[in-house]
Design a protein around this ligand. Sequence first.
Ligand code: SIN
Ligand code: CO
Length: 382
Amino acid sequence: MPTALLGNLTPSQFMRRYWQKKPLLIRQAIPNVEAPLSREEFFELADQDEVEARLITHFRNKWQLEHGPFAPDELPSLKQRAWTLLVQGVDLYDDRARALLDRFRFVPDARLDDLMISYATDGGGVGPHFDSYDVFLLQVKGKRRWRISAQKDLTLQAGLPLKVLQNFHAEQEWLLEPGDMLYLPPHIAHDGIAEGECMTCSIGFRAPSASELTAQFLYHLAERGEAAGHAGALYRDPQQPAVERPAELPAALVERVGAILAGIKWKEQDIASFLGTYLSEPKPSVVFDPPQRPLDEARFISQASKSGIRLDRKTNLLYNRRFFFINGEETSFDGAKKWLFDLADHRCMSAKRFVTLSHDSSVTARLHEWYCAGWIQVGELA
Ligand code: SIN
Ligand code: CO
């Protein structure tokens, strides 16, 4: 269906025409939008140890970057111009932020990264730069002037603590008001400057590099002892003669290791299994909050039969035809798992649906286990 979120395009039209291709300005993508967090709540979040917060200042024409956490008295005064505070992964800490991110699930979860929020005082911004990822920049409070360019020259200024373009030549510019949104594909140069105090949400995507994928995949194979038949074998050299040049790397060693590496083999399912576990792995800072006094299985079933269940906002649940992957763990199917596909796709299960499944003890036992781990919560989303 056409949606205001995408300027009255359907998600399919948006993906075909704009995704990874060209910028799109969407006026009133979310009319009457509210910032997921108030300024005070946002500052409180930036003061927490596990949160990834950055402070970027542009005082007296000098860019500076500091990493959080920031106690309230460590932030510049609200009257001071040209500073911005950014917090990554706000969806992990707040259900409203998670709900906002969920509006973008017309893109596969495997590609969705996080919701970043920035707060800026008048004149604040992070400087003209480019990102390697797609981003939706949603204005949620106050105004920000965005200038963008498809320029080829992406040379960065040397010696700065952040990525700022050396030569930025804006081709288009807009003043975004609350509810307006700008979609940018990777490598479009952009510069957003607050006009008065403002807050912007960045819905960001992930696209691991080929080298990151290769390294992680080989690690995955090695960890499972699946790297050919040689995985457990120790290097042996019964034919090694005594040497006169001990520092020299033996040619036979290179040859032997070459043979081990040439023996690395994998099947298509290994790739899916790697991607599922790698992409559903929670970020290193994530800690789940198991219930303090968990309901036993019978009470869990009775509660969930009344209120339904939902995935915790930090839970990642992906699936393919043969496996599902929850928070970095892989499990194979033992039968059709429509309930699981639906739970993964909707991130919640109604009480009614739960009741129809509650006679199957393998389902309830698994869901109870996830509940005890803090991976799912009783109750549907408000
Ligand atoms: C910001 O919100 O200030 C920066 C977001 C971005 O340019 O990617
Ligand atoms: Co950017």
